[in-house]
Design a protein around this ligand. Structure first.
Ligand code: KIV
Ligand code: ZN
Length: 388
């Protein structure tokens, strides 16, 4: 039987932690509506206790969005959890996401708490949250750098208190895929009540491996929730990118064998909206949503794609919301692509010899100009007809 993979989008919480990416309540609401169209399972709308503005944003999203579960982050204390519950009151489905750090480094240097104190606080906060909302996610912050024995104790205890999702973040992007996958697998094997909760991965991109680590957490570790953001937005180098991880699972369904709710045709619109709202430009060669992700520039590739798209395309541009793939005409383009563009532009050439002459002129121009636009081609062929 194929398992369902939950997509938990945290663009509006962890994504907003990108320096300079702060969003207003209305901007967050607009993005939340697009995330609902994208059919993400869970929208982490913000951190209600962090400011009145964020409280209102979470509240507004909880009241407006009906199809996705709405979640608020909260530290592991009663005040934060109560604020989260209050903001989520209007939600059809609400989740409280509470967290505390479990790595020796964070416990000693940041929290200044002993492991036993952290364990007690984790239990107490899940117990408190569980009385307010049925759907509780617990995150062991810096989980990947935590000691296995201690982490197993914490996870077992919070599941016993009623946590329904267990998230093991690679908070600082230190993991490598195989090790992270095995870390999740070992945890699931060692925690006696592990099957009472859904396991989740949350990977940062400091070494550029957030997507690969998340996929390993699913494939090797058996996690069934991925936390991710549109365009990979997030603290420092960002989070696992939603568009990449979703398309990897869809395109390699033969390998992952997982079902997703996501309407992939909404991906490009979501990417554009997040980019325009935050002012974070998407690099042209970004997988899936970059302007060049479905553009073909070399003559050999263009010829192949014109004959059969599968030659150089592993997914369809249209399936992620682009109107079409792109054949970019430039100095590397071949005659076949040029001829096809003439046809697309409705230009009728008298003979193959005329096409050859126009193609030679096109090549001359392309040596001087990095990209040739349709206007250039139309100008070139009209010169051709004037001069002949
Ligand atoms: O990266 C992290 O550890 C987090 C937690 C709060 C889930 O964002
Ligand atoms: Zn994070």
């Amino acid at each position: 039987m194929t398992d369902k993979l939950i997509i938990f989008d945290t663009t509006l919480r962890d994504g907003e932690q990108s320096p300079g990416a702060s969003m207003t309540r209305d901007e967050k609401l607009r993005i939340a509506r697009q995330l609902e169209r994208l059919k993400v399972d869970v929208i982490e709308a913000g951190f209600a206790a962090s400011s009145n503005g964020d409280f209102e944003a979470v509240q507004g999203i909880a009241n407006a969005i009906k199809d996705s579960t709405i979640c608020s982050l909260s530290r592991a204390n009663d005040r934060d959890i109560s604020r989260a519950a209050e903001a989520l009151k209007g939600a059809n489905r609400a989740r409280i996401h509470t967290f505390i750090a479990t790595s020796p480094l964070h416990m000693e240097k940041k929290l200044r708490m002993s492991p036993e104190q952290v364990l007690e606080q984790a239990k107490q906060s899940v117990r408190f949250a569980r009385n307010l909302v049925g759907d509780i996610e617990f995150s062991a912050e810096d989980g990947y750098r935590s000691e296995m024995d201690f982490l197993c104790r914490v996870v077992e205890a919070v599941i016993a208190e009623g946590a329904t999702t267990i998230n093991i973040p690679d908070t600082v992007g230190y993991a490598v895929p195989e090790l992270y996958g095995n870390f999740i697998k070992t945890l699931r094997e060692r925690v006696p009540n592990s099957d009472k909760a859904i396991w989740s991965v949350h990977c940062h991109n400091d070494l550029g491996m957030a997507v690969a680590n998340s996929l390993a957490g699913v494939k090797i570790g058996g996690a069934r929730q991925i936390e991710c953001t549109i365009n990979g937005l997030g603290e420092r180098a960002g989070n696992c990118s939603l568009e990449e991880v979703v398309m990897a699972i869809k395109t390699r369904r033969d390998y992952f064998d997982l079902d997703l709710n996501i309407d992939t045709k909404q991906i490009v619109a979501a990417s554009r909206m997040v980019s325009q709202t935050t002012g974070f430009v998407v690099q042209p060669n970004k997988a899936v949503v970059g302007a060049n992700a479905f553009a073909h520039a070399s003559g050999i590739h263009q010829d192949g794609v014109l004959k059969a798209r599968d030659t150089y395309e592993i997914m369809r541009a249209e399936d992620v919301g682009w109107s079409a793939n792109k054949i970019v005409l430039g100095k590397l383009s071949g005659r076949n692509a040029f001829k096809q563009r003439l046809e697309d532009l409705g230009v009728q050439m008298e003979s193959e010899a005329d096409i050859n002459t126009a193609f030679a002129k096109f090549k001359e121009l392309a040596d001087r100009k990095s990209e040739i636009f349709d206007e250039d081609i139309l100008a070139l062929v009209s010169e051709e007809s004037v001069s002949s």
